[in-house]
Design a binder for this molecule. Structure first.
Ligand code: ADP
Ligand code: MG
Ligand code: MG
Length: 212
């Protein structure tokens, strides 16, 4: 059994920060094509700040998964800016509220992903097909729900991450109707949504953190 505990949540944030840093130019290029070219830099700045605060010995040690996610939420809100800061911040804040325990069973992983999706929808009011990060989070939540009976929470995470990756790929042909990319209308087709792509990277990092 993989234990999805506080140490896992902290490894997740570290892995997310490292993987987003590696993908910074790719995310920036996607956002340059259909937005304002700052998504890679925004996300790198935010997740680097999250890691810095997690590693700060002056911070009280976290005792629940929710405390890790709450720290990440407030840091993302205050450092990322743009559309993605409040969206990821709200997602993480909602997720923190359903993960106030030392470790998560499979149902806790489902609750985490569902809460994150709910936060993003509450904040941005997008639905599936509008070429936003919802196109990654919604299939992730659905896949997590379907995998809820798995013995091991890592299987729920794997299902969510795989669905997020497919959902992000599936934004390529879509025409954006929310966010900055909607200004381009039909010209937004042909490029993957940057926020959907960063979502896929961050959920893949959750799996990697659980594996090692
Ligand atoms: P900005 O557009 O302010 O520069 P970012 O480039 O950091 O912010 O983030 C852009 C991403 O935010 C988009 O790729 C999309 O996934 C997401 N996004 C924008 N508006 C919405 C919305 N209303 N609902 C969900 N996601 C959104
Ligand atoms: Mg942008
Ligand atoms: Mg911007």
């Amino acid at each position: 059994m993989t234990v999805l505990d506080v140490a896992w949540a902290e490894r997740w944030m570290h892995a997310a920060a490292a993987d987003v840093r590696d993908a910074r130019d790719e995310l920036t290029e996607l956002d340059r094509r259909i937005g304002d070219g700052d998504h890679g830099v925004n996300m790198d700045r935010g997740l680097s700040a999250v890691v810095e605060r997690l590693d700060d010995p002056a911070q009280a040690p976290r005792e629940t998964v929710g405390q890790v996610l709450r720290l990440a939420a407030t840091t993302m809100m205050s450092t990322v800016g743009g559309a993605a800061g409040p969206l990821y911040g709200t997602a993480l804040l909602r997720a923190s509220k359903v993960t106030d325990r030392a470790d998560l069973p499979s149902s806790g992983v489902v609750a985490l992903v569902e809460a994150a999706l709910e936060g993003i929808v509450a904040r941005g009011r997008a639905t599936v097909g509008e070429k936003t990060m919802v196109d990654a989070w919604q299939p992730a939540a659905e896949a997590a729900e379907q995998a809820e009976d798995a013995e091991d929470g890592i299987d729920v995470l794997r299902a969510a991450a795989a669905a997020a990756a497919s959902g992000a790929e599936a934004t390529i042909p879509l025409v954006a109707t929310k966010g900055r990319a909607s200004y381009l209308a039909e010209r937004s087709a042909g490029t993957q949504d940057p926020g959907a792509r960063s979502t896929a990277i961050i959920l893949a990092a959750a799996v990697a953190a659980a594996e090692g």
